[in-house]
Write a protein that binds this ligand. Structure first.
Ligand code: DC
Length: 244
């Protein structure tokens, strides 16, 4: 991975810009967004955490995840704040830090299900637009380049073959807790099901914006994908290419 040889010089022109990173689960969005944020001096905002926090609230309230009216009503009594950190985002649900509670398979599945509803999406999009109104952010999700910030200065659509994404997810889960790691086939199956829903929903389906740069990390290490993303942003900023 390239170090930040450009240092402050690189962070200055990037301060107000918006970098949109979209793509399916396990493509490496979070890792790349975190590195880009550090390298170019931007805030890193992970919108999936917001959908996850809302899904957690729906689960706690025992609202059926297909009840669009009840979910819409729930948006009116929910506050979600997202804070960029050095490593991970902190997400506050009605003031409670739920960052550690939103990564399990139940919430993951629920987040994909509640995110199909237009009322939930338009509320989230408003929150996300407010969060990044000042610019100077890398925002990652599924619809950032298409809906949330269609005029973002840089748009990257990150993809990789499902088997590769599933294996990466499995490795990440295993790093945290080997004993409870789900078998890789199951991780790949869940990921395909979630992809299917995220790509085929009527409202803001996961797809590249027409002006997004496509980055397929199937045959790359994450370090290589990070370097490729840095080069894409650097080029947009007119920075000289980093030395290999
Ligand atoms: O990025 P993630 O895996 O944390 O996202 C969880 C779910 O949230 C994902 O399956 C779909 C939904 N999502 C979305 O619809 N739009 C976004 N901008 C971000 C996430």
């Amino acid at each position: 991975m390239s170090g930040n040889e450009n240092g402050i010089a690189a962070s200055k022109p990037g301060r107000r810009m918006i970098v949109a990173i979209d793509g399916p689960a396990g493509a490496g969005k979070s890792t790349i967004a975190r590195h880009l944020a550090q390298y170019f001096g931007l805030l890193n905002l992970e919108t999936g955490a917001m959908y996850r926090a809302f899904a957690l609230k729906a689960l706690r309230a025992e609202i059926p995840l297909d009840d669009s009216s009840a979910l819409e009503a729930l948006t009116h009594e929910t506050s979600i704040q997202l804070e960029s950190g050095e490593e991970e985002n902190r997400v506050l649900l009605d003031g409670e830090d739920v960052s550690g509670l939103i990564r399990n398979p139940t919430v993951t599945e629920a987040a994909s299900r509640v995110s199909v509803f237009p009322a939930v999406r338009s509320w989230m999009v408003r929150l996300q637009q407010q969060l990044a109104a000042q610019g100077g952010v890398v925002m990652e999700g599924r619809d950032i380049g298409t809906v949330v910030f269609p005029h973002a200065e840089v748009k990257i659509f990150l993809d990789a073959a499902p088997e590769v994404r599933g294996q990466r997810r499995y490795d990440q889960l295993g790093e945290k807790d080997r004993s409870s790691a789900t078998p890789p086939e199951e991780v790949i199956r869940d990921l395909r099901a979630r992809d299917e829903r995220d790509r085929n929903r009527a409202d803001s389906p996961l797809k590249p914006a027409p002006d997004a740069v496509l980055l397929d990390s199937t045959n790359m290490t994450l370090d290589e994908a990070v370097a490729a993303a840095e080069a894409i942003v650097g080029e947009k900023l007119g920075l000289p290419a980093a030395k290999a």
